[in-house]
Design a protein around this ligand. Structure first.
Ligand SMILES: [Zn+2]
Length: 135
C-alpha cells in the first residue's frame, strides 16, 4: 500500500506554503460555517470550503511544477506584503503615544514628528516641501 502511494505521488508537486494556506483557509471557512444560521449562506460557505480543499488537492497532485511553483511565489510575495503592512501598522500604533505621523501634502511621504512641541514647521525629507502642523 505504501509503495502504491509512493508510486502515485511520484512526479507530483506535493505540499508548499500556498497549499498549507489553502487547507488552513478551508478549515477557517468550515468553522465559520458552523455559526451561520441562514441555510443559503451556509451552503455557499460549504461549497467554498469544499472547492478550496479540491484546489489544494489539485495543486498537491499536479505534475505542472513550474506553474505551481510560480503560484506559490506569488502567494509568498503577497504574504510578505501583508506581513510588512501589519508590522508597519503595529509600529505606528506603538509610536502614537510619543509621536505624530503626518503625511506630506505633496508627495504622501510619512513623516514622524515628536508630540508636544506646539506648532512646528515640518520639512519633508523627500521633496523638501514645508508645512505647518501642531505636534
Ligand atoms: Zn514630500
Amino acid at each position: 500500500m505504501r509503495e502504491r502511494i509512493a508510486r502515485f505521488m511520484q512526479g507530483r508537486y506535493g505540499i508548499d506554503q500556498f497549499t498549507n494556506f489553502l487547507v488552513f483557509s478551508a478549515l477557517i471557512i468550515l468553522v465559520i460555517e458552523m455559526f451561520i444560521k441562514v441555510p443559503g449562506i451556509r451552503f455557499l460557505f460549504n461549497v467554498l470550503s469544499v472547492a478550496t480543499i479540491f484546489y489544494a488537492y489539485f495543486r498537491m497532485l499536479s505534475r505542472n511544477h513550474n506553474k505551481r511553483f510560480s503560484e506559490n511565489e506569488k502567494y509568498m510575495k503577497y504574504r510578505n506584503n501583508v506581513k510588512f503592512f501589519i508590522a508597519r501598522e503595529r509600529s505606528h500604533m506603538q509610536q502614537r503615544k510619543t509621536h505624530h505621523i503626518y503625511k506630506c501634502p505633496q508627495c504622501r511621504q510619512s513623516i514622524r514628528v515628536p508630540k508636544g512641541k506646539g506648532r512646528i514647521a515640518i520639512t519633508c525629507p523627500k521633496c523638501h516641501k514645508e508645512f505647518i502642523k501642531r505636534s
